[in-house]
Design a protein around this ligand. Structure first.
Ligand code: MSP
Length: 522
């Protein structure tokens, strides 16, 4: 099997609440994955959950539950969230799965054998109430810790460290030589700036099992468990390694006893992540892989953060955007459209309910919805729903737009792709206004002209369905159903003009994005 395009999202904390930020990341990754498939590349899309750590252990304990049972219950909620978002992922990793644990342990053992790990006293400010180490970032302006942390004392305990600092120079040179490794460029510059001006500390990668049992045991020192980022980052590698990908298995030979298969995933093509976890992915992760002797991923693609009404979303303010509620009220594709259209990948976003409703009305109901509904309704009314002979009136323009969109999709420029699709929609709506088929229909001498206009519009709708498939899969399916076709073709090449056959009978026509009553909140 040839190497598949392998794309991942961050794995969400299992004890968090699924919100707009998580949904955004998963949707943009899904659009890129679907676009790659439509471009004809075999694609593997991985998402999942980060399940170990102090907070999960404490929350489970507080409820008197076994942490695994607690995670299983929450994982079911996250998995149904993925379904709700319409994700076409190929696998869902949970860091509590055996396939993952064995890979983490193999990595740790190899690094230990290579002298990359050492044991040393770890010193830090420890909150006994929250059972966690605090950092200087947790201090108040006057230098003290907030009383919510309870008693905070300096604690010294032995832990395991990973010699990251020795790879700092190598990483700087790698980032300089591989400009595409971190994107957008300003994020790459941020990482390089940090690496050039600060000395990397070695990374503490363990906690004593006596204090924190909810983690992967360090195989050669089971009095400790692996502490969390090392565990979490490795998820991207565990899936290919556990599936027998020879490229992923090779560096772990002698440490992971698994047969090679024809699975070809590693190295990952894109890790999609939010800006808050850039350092982990652009510093820790490449160093871990380099130290273990594994090829590096092609790219870390860093998206921005969403706020709501110009404020950070938080449970206490009560302004968390819940994608599930938006989807129930407006439909899945309205949500997917808004988040992809609103932001270029990298920029921060600001959700407002009014902004969402405005895009729905102008771009989905009046733009795409209106074009499809009036084009197909006229074809029903004037030609009994039977596609007339082919015409090439808009063929050139549609072809040019499809070429541009295909190129933008292949570069992952999702927002620009949507803008180009909507330019085509506006152009087609203009064409209806200029050609005025409702007038042509009244004049029998214009019958062949009317045929040409109706074919052109129906075929433009079909091409739009092909181009929209990665972004709005449900809408693309509905549109194809209305054209009387079974389902949208899975290749973007099908956007070539002339795919609609004369004589084809349309299906039932209903508005794709019904107009909404004016709501009281606007
Ligand atoms: N578990 C770690 C990631 C480990 S990856 C090896 C984590 N989890 S998280 O649940 O806090 O965040 C998951 C992803 O959601 C991150 O990429 C994060 O940036 C993203 N977002 C969380 N809140 C967000 C917004 N408000 N806006 C956009 N994305 C945000 O970090």
């Amino acid at each position: 099997m040839c190497k598949r395009f392998y794309i991942t999202t961050a794995i969400d904390y299992v004890n968090g609440q699924p919100h707009l930020g998580h949904a955004y990341e998963k949707v943009i990754t899904d659009v890129i994955a679907r676009a790659q498939r439509a471009l004809g590349r075999e694609t593997f899309f991985l998402t999942g959950l980060d399940e170990h750590g102090q907070k999960v252990q404490q929350a489970a304990q507080a409820e008197g539950r076994d942490p695994q049972a607690y995670c299983d219950e929450l994982a079911a909620v996250w998995q149904s969230f993925a379904v709700k978002l319409g994700l076409a992922h190929n696998d869902f990793i949970r860091t509590t799965q055996a396939r993952h644990k064995t890979v983490v342990q193999a990595m740790l053992t190899k690094l230990r054998d290579q002298g990359e790990l050492y044991k040393a006293p770890y010193r830090g400010w420890y909150s006994w109430k929250e059972e966690t180490f605090l950092t200087d970032k947790d201090r108040q302006p006057d230098g003290t810790f907030d009383p919510v942390w309870g008693s905070v004392t300096e604690l010294v305990e032995d832990n395991w460290f990973f010699r990251m600092s020795r790879h700092q120079r190598w990483l700087i040179e790698y980032l300089e030589a591989h400009p595409a490794f971190v994107q957008p460029d300003y994020r790459r510059n941020e990482v390089l700036g940090f690496l050039r001006h600060e000395t990397l500390a070695d990374l503490c990668i363990s906690r004593p099992a006596a204090r924190l049992s909810w983690g992967i045991p360090i195989p050669f020192a089971p009095e400790w468990v692996n502490y969390v980022w090392f565990d979490a980052l490795t998820n991207y590698y565990s899936v290919p390694a556990a599936a027998g990908d020879p490229v992923a298995l090779e560096p772990l030979r002698g440490y992971l006893d698994l047969p090679a298969t024809d699975c070809r995933l590693w190295p990952a093509d894109i890790h999609v992540i939010g800006k808050d976890i850039l350092k982990f992915h652009a510093v820790y992760w490449p160093i871990m892989l380099h130290a273990v002797g594994a090829p590096l991923p092609q790219q870390v693609l860093v998206h921005g953060w969403w706020q709501k009404d110009d404020e950070k979303m938080s449970k206490s303010i009560g302004n968390v955007v819940e994608p599930g509620a938006v989807i129930d009220a407006w439909g899945l594709d309205a949500f997917r459209y808004y988040v992809v259209r609103e932001l270029d990948i990298g920029s921060d976003g600001n959700w407002t309910d009014a902004g969402f409703a405005a895009r729905y009305d102008a771009e989905l109901a009046n733009g795409l919805g209106n074009l499809v509904h009036r084009s197909l309704s006229m074809l029903k009314r004037y030609r009994g729903g039977i596609v007339p002979p082919r015409s090439d009136a808009l063929a050139g323009e549609v072809h040019a737009a499809a070429e541009t969109i295909t190129a933008l999709l292949s570069q992952g420029r999702l927002q620009a792709g949507l803008k180009t699709i909507w330019n085509l929609i506006s152009r087609a709506n203009q064409y209806v206004d200029h050609t005025a088929p409702f007038k042509l229909a009244k004049d029998p001498s214009q019958a062949s002209r009317l045929d040409a206009v109706l074919y052109t519009l129906a075929e433009t709708c079909r091409v739009l369905g092909v181009l929209l498939l990665p972004y709005l899969p449900d809408t693309a399916h509905k549109l194809f159903g209305q054209l009387g076709l079974a389902h949208p073709p899975d290749r973007i090449a099908a956007a070539a003009w002339g795919g609609l056959s004369p004589g084809q009978a349309l299906g039932d026509i209903t508005p794709l994005f019904p107009r909404r009553e004016v709501r009281a909140d606007r």
